[in-house]
Write a new protein. Structure first.
Ligand code: SAM
Ligand code: MG
Length: 214
């Protein structure tokens, strides 16, 4: 049987990246996606914006919605302070299996908890199951119709505190108009747009950073 794209992406990591070196894992995936096969990672250009938001925040409790092959997981986890924790949710078991190996290749498995399942099922269980009080940083990059309902769910579950930063990918392409309308108009958020391009292309896309004001 033919291999899948995530399997070929993992093979590129094994072939070109150094074990325990997250930057080499990121570079190997970006090279594969620019020169061999496009894939839905945040990519290098928007990835550097993600890096600066994470570095500035220095978050200890991080939630990522949508792991795919673990590219953004590796990007975020490599910048976290010691003792910090990143929980990443992925409902596709095949993608999760690849992501575990990518994260392990980068040597970051001790900081990352990859949870297999749907965001709408796991968000309400974060407190009881993982002992999370609130998140410092949430990266939204799963299916676009879930950004708004999952944000409201995180609010209702008390997972956001004054100062929690939400960073949403692909707010232009494919786009999340209902989410943007909400965070830009709600008095509970201070929101701003970072213009960039869709991963590995020249099409406009960007990230929306929204600080929860309580
Ligand atoms: N964040 C990744 C990166 O930049 O490297 C890319 C994530 S990809 C765009 C979106 C992923 O979210 C897919 O792997 C999909 O299976 C997963 N997903 C979509 N909706 C989900 C949900 N409701 N719960 C959990 N995972 C979901
Ligand atoms: Mg994305």
């Amino acid at each position: 049987t033919r291999s899948t794209r995530p399997q070929r992406l993992l093979n590129a990591v094994r072939k070109h990246a150094t074990r325990g070196d997250p930057q080499s894992v990121i570079s190997a995936i970006d090279h594969f996606c620019r020169h061999s096969e496009w894939a839905m990672n945040i990519g290098d250009e928007k990835g550097s914006i993600l890096d600066s938001v994470v570095s500035e925040l220095n978050p200890e409790k991080v939630l990522e919605l949508g792991t795919y092959c673990g590219y953004s997981t590796v990007r975020i986890a490599r910048l976290l302070p010691p003792g910090a924790r990143l929980i990443t949710l992925e409902f596709n078991a095949d993608y999760a299996a690849i992501a575990r190996q990518v994260i392990a290749w980068a040597g970051l498995e001790d900081r990352v908890q990859l949870v297999e399942g749907a965001s709408e099922d796991w968000i309400p269980r974060m407190k009881e199951h993982f002992g999370i009080e609130t998140f410092d940083f949430v990266f939204l990059d799963h299916w676009k119709d879930r950004y708004l309902p999952d944000t409201k769910l995180m609010e209702d579950c008390g997972l956001l505190r004054k100062g929690t930063v939400l960073l949403a990918d692909n707010v232009i392409c494919p786009g999340v108009p209902d989410y943007l309308q909400y965070v830009r108009n709600s008095l509970s958020y201070k929101s701003c747009y970072f213009k960039s391009h869709l991963e590995y292309t020249k099409a406009e896309d960007g990230l929306e950073k929204s600080v929860f004001l309580g």
